[in-house]
Design a protein around this ligand. Structure first.
Ligand SMILES: [Zn+2]
Length: 561
């Protein structure tokens, strides 16, 4: 027992020291450009080549250059070996351990000076686990063997050396992919050239001039077929290129074309609502791969499982639509504006999930959108605890994350203002990173509403409210008592507006009330004879409720404890 404790202490110490030293040394430079030049197979996860990292010095000077790259994770299966290193074209010593490459510079480089580090390496980037998306994945779908990558959150270093710091986007990325000439490739940005090489090889040059975070860089290689089309955008002269890698001969091929067509509508809609597609000068598109479901929002080219783009699936009614709206939403939320720390991944997943709702509401029907948001709220309430902040949990990050954005929209109570908040947030942090508090600040500046309670309750806080509502009517006075309890004591009150639907013999009306304390009594002039009352008829809140009637006239302070 004691021995275990001592060991744990040692590991903790090493871990803290490791993280500390990594940040200090990697913080000394700012990545300007990555140039990847890799030999990639469609039938193997083996990889070789070199990566050039062009940077400028941000510290007073830099004497050791450090970059992330795994050494051996699983012997013979997942490992990377550095062959040689060049700094400004001159051979340099290096050490490779703790999943880092340490390059002691011959002479320290002073602040603001640009320099270039080139790392030659080879290895096997096989995904660390076949069920998790951590590295290079090889698939065989209907005999079409292909490879692709999944790097979120910090698995880029499984297949290429890079600085895994969200706050340091590369200003541009060039990716040379050398592979068998029977393969095509997909990656970030624009395919600039295709050069035939001796020995049945081909070299593709992909390039993006948009700032890109490390985990959004990806490739797909295989004997796939390319499908190109163009999507018009509102208020923009040129259509945006939609470049896709599809499976020739797949029984899903037609449905994949349908999804690409639907994507045109989504691109137009999202551009109207939250600002022009941020990567319009390059492209959007899908790399369809052999995983069944699942998708990843690689910048300008989403990697997606072939069944996630199945328009005939009736799973959840309209499952593919959720996927494609979500992944496209990420191009704004996550890619264009990235969270500055993984604690704030809500800024990507919560918002991309909410774009599923927005897409359903605008391109399908309010009925389907209502179904979606009720599902998110119900999923959230399957457990009484959990905050959106600092969560990687499906229920909290995606479902509660989206549901509280819906509640924010309700609190703003003005759709054009709500979408102005989203546009202002995106344009303020364009091609950069943000925190949840940065978003809150923009929401407050745009609307003039203070969202401190909102964030403390719904984002940092845990659980959800239960409204115990008791109503009675005395002539033309409707008395409503709302006693609010919460699912977990860490959050004792959700100060919030809420809607009640008042149903009477000849119709119904919705009233909007505000709960500022746990027990509130409202007296409302209401001349119609009330038949019944419904809580939150338009599904704005994560909440449960109990509604009863029959408070005596003199007993309005009755409470339900
Ligand atoms: Zn997502």
């Amino acid at each position: 027992m004691k021995k275990v404790l001592i060991l744990t202490g040692t590991f903790l110490f090493l871990f803290i020291q490791f993280v500390f030293s990594q940040n200090i040394l990697e913080d000394k430079y700012d990545v300007k450009q990555y140039i990847l030049d890799l030999q990639i197979s469609n039938t193997s996860t083996l990889i070789s080549g070199n990566v050039i990292i062009n940077s400028s010095v941000t510290a007073t000077n830099i004497d050791t250059f450090v970059v992330d790259l795994i050494d051996t994770i699983v012997a013979g299966q997942t490992y990377m070996i550095v062959d040689s290193v060049f700094v400004n074209g001159i051979s340099n010593l290096f050490q490779h351990y703790n999943e880092l490459v340490f390059i002691p510079l011959i002479t320290a480089i002073p602040q603001n000076q640009q320099f270039s580090v080139q790392i030659y390496y080879h290895g096997n980037g096989a995904a660390i686990s076949q069920t998790n998306y951590k590295g290079i994945k090889k698939y065989n779908y209907i005999g079409i063997i292909h490879t692709t990558t999944f790097s979120e959150p910090t698995w880029s270093k499984v297949w290429w050396p890079c600085k895994q710091d969200l706050k340091d986007k590369a200003d541009s990325v060039t990716f040379y992919i050398t592979t068998d000439s029977t393969n095509i490739s997909g990656s970030n940005g624009v395919l600039k050239s295709t050069d035939s090489l001796p020995g049945g090889k081909v070299k593709y040059k992909w390039e993006t001039k948009y700032p890109t975070d490390f985990y959004l860089i990806s490739f797909t290689v295989g004997p796939l077929s390319e499908y190109i089309t163009y999507a018009p955008l509102p208020g923009v002269q040129d259509s945006v290129l939609l470049q896709n890698l599809l499976f020739p001969g797949s029984s899903y091929y037609q449905t994949h074309l349908e999804v690409i067509n639907k994507t045109k509508q989504l691109l137009y809609l999202f551009s109207e609502l939250i600002g022009t597609y941020p990567f319009k000068d390059e492209k959007y598109g899908y790399s369809v791969v052999g995983t069944q479901l699942g998708a990843m929002e690689h910048q300008t080219m989403c990697t997606i499982g072939y069944q996630a783009m199945d328009t005939t699936s009736t799973h959840y009614g309209i499952y593919y639509f959720w996927y494609v709206a979500h992944e496209l939403g990420h191009q704004w939320f996550g890619d264009y504006v990235t969270f500055s720390d993984w604690n704030y991944i809500w800024l990507a997943e919560g918002f991309a999930s909410y774009m599923e709702y927005v897409a359903l509401q605008n391109l399908e029907s309010q009925y389907k959108a209502d179904y979606w948001i009720q599902n998110a709220q119900t999923e959230t309430m399957t457990q009484p605890v959990g905050s959106v902040y600092d969560s990687f949990d499906y229920r909290l990050m995606y479902k509660k994350g989206a549901a509280i954005i819906h509640t924010l929209r309700y609190e703003i109570n003005n759709d054009s203002l709500f979408f102005a908040v989203l546009r202002n947030y995106l344009s303020t942090y364009a091609f950069s990173v943000a925190t949840a508090d940065d978003f809150k600040q923009v929401a407050e500046t745009t609307t003039g509403i203070n969202f401190t309670d909102f964030f403390n309750q719904w984002y940092y806080g845990e659980g959800y409210p239960t409204f115990n509502i008791n109503w009675s009517q005395n002539n033309d006075t409707l008395t409503i008592v709302s006693n609010q309890t919460t699912s977990i004591s860490i959050t004792t009150l959700f100060k919030t507006h809420f809607d009640l639907k008042i149903i009477y013999a000849t119709g119904d009306t919705i009233i909007r009330l505000f709960q500022g304390t746990n027990n509130e009594t409202y007296k409302i002039y209401f001349p119609e004879l009330v038949d019944s009352i419904e809580m939150d008829p338009n599904f704005w809140l994560i909440q449960k409720n109990f509604i009863i009637t029959g408070i005596e006239k003199n007993n309005i302070s009755f409470s339900f404890e």
